[in-house]
Ligand binder design. Structure first.
Ligand code: AMP
Ligand code: MG
Length: 410
């Protein structure tokens, strides 16, 4: 039975959620955890900021003193970043302050240097400031012992910086899931080999390996399976030593499409057998011998799209992360588009900014085998089943072509 795109995604989430995935954990130094998933909550080691921090160069004042600006205040001295002011600010007084320095006792705001005139120890203030203006108050970002990064969060660039700022040099993380890649097809030859006139280079294995790495996994190439049951079966069995098995090709209705049969003979359970999407309709997803597998349709664009839609979220959960749905952004449709099918379509497109608005247009392509079309695209235009008649200017969904952060596998 054909599932809708949403039903299929919910199925992946549900099945992985039910599985008792218990990946081991390891402690890794900060410079090795890019793209890894945290296996522990990370707590603030102290308040953030640890003191009332000035975010401007200027003069620390009592806001009540400058409410009637212009006014003149008496300057008591200065406070630099990393220091603390020896003097408290009293009525009619101020202290010169640098960005990053702690606010002196008595002061509650900072007047920017641009709004003062200094004459000896007298400081003319031309503008009033509200209480706490140009100050980030102690503990407003995080209080000591509060969770700043939850278990299950993937460490990207910003997260790595946060780990450093809370002093975590060693962090508990989950291992990268190992993902076996098994392309099938009698016509498919290794990509570094000269193909015969009717043979095709194995591009899917290269695309999939790059996607696996980008999704935080370690690819494991199993070679190419012919459309022959016995060899296919033994390669599938080998692939089940990994955390996840990805097959490409051989999942349609053809006479030599043996992937489904082989998985069934091994006792596989099928949760998805066909999704109402284009490209990628014959997708299968299931479990065999406690391992999940995806049978991705062999057409290169189908393989690419179905990975982004379903395998990437599954890999996130296998790797200990929260479920990561594909993210659709919105853009304005450039040229009108009609579609008859009751499918969710993912069409190679380019989004470009025109007059300050993101405008999306389809690129020319010849269907799901056309990698040249995908290379010209920077996104996929997502057309939902009910959107049969789209006019120029309609807001539509687009899925960025590169979704995840690119990380390097070990
Ligand atoms: P299939 O899903 O096996 O029916 O294959 C669909 C189309 O994708 C066929 O035209 C295949 O030649 C092509 N194809 C299958 N596997 C690969 C691969 N690994 N690399 C590039 N093209 C492929
Ligand atoms: Mg085939």
């Amino acid at each position: 039975m054909l599932l809708s795109f949403e039903q299929a995604l919910a199925t992946v989430k549900e099945k992985l959620g039910e599985a008792n995935l218990n990946p081991a954990t390891e402690m890794l130094p900060l410079d090795q955890i890019g793209g890894r998933v945290l296996a522990e909550d990370v707590l603030a080691d102290r308040d953030y900021p640890p003191f009332n921090r000035s975010i401007r160069d200027g003069f620390a004042v009592r806001s009540a003193d400058v409410s009637g600006a212009p006014v003149t205040l008496e300057c008591l001295g200065e406070v630099r970043a990393g220091e603390c002011s020896p003097s408290a600010v009293g009525l009619g007084e101020c202290v010169e302050i640098m960005t990053g320095a702690p606010l002196p006792t008595g002061a509650d705001a900072v007047v920017m240097i641009e709004h003062v005139r200094v004459q000896g120890s007298r400081v003319g203030i031309s503008r009033a400031v509200a209480p706490h203006e140009n100050v980030v108050r102690r503990a407003t970002e995080a209080t000591e012992e509060s969770v700043v990064l939850p278990r299950g969060r993937r460490v990207g660039t910003g997260e790595a910086g946060l780990l450093a700022s809370v002093g975590r040099t060693l962090v508990k993380v989950f291992p990268r899931p190992r993902v076996a890649i098994l392309p099938t097809g009698d016509e498919v030859v290794p990509f570094d080999q000269l193909p015969g006139p009717f043979q095709i280079r194995n591009s899917n294995a290269v695309t999939l390996a790059a996607q696996v790495v980008a999704a935080g996994g370690v690819p494991w190439q199993l070679g190419i399976a012919p459309d022959e049951k016995k060899v296919l079966l033994s390669l599938v069995e080998k692939g089940l030593e990994s955390d996840l098995l990805l097959l490409s090709g051989g999942v349609s209705m053809g006479k030599y499409d043996f992937v489904g049969q082989v998985l069934r003979e091994l006792g596989g359970e099928f949760f998805i057998q066909g999704v109402a999407i284009r490209p990628g309709k014959p997708l299968v997803f299931g479990r065999v011998r406690e391992k999940f597998f995806f049978g991705l349709p062999g057409n290169p664009v189908s393989t690419f799209v179905t990975f982004e839609l379903f395998v990437r979220p599954a890999m996130a959960m296998l790797g200990g992360a929260q479920f990561e749905s594909p993210i659709f952004l919105r853009a304005c449709l450039g040229r009108p588009h009609r579609q008859k099918l009751g499918l969710t379509a993912f069409m190679p497109a380019r989004v470009e900014v025109q007059n300050g608005e993101p405008v999306v247009n389809l690129v020319g392509w010849q269907g799901s085998g056309d990698l040249v079309g995908v290379a010209a695209a920077n996104c996929f235009l997502v057309i939902h089943p009910q959107q049969t008649d789209l006019a120029a200017g309609d807001w539509v969904d687009v899925m960025p072509k590169e979704q995840g952060q690119v990380t390097s596998a070990k």
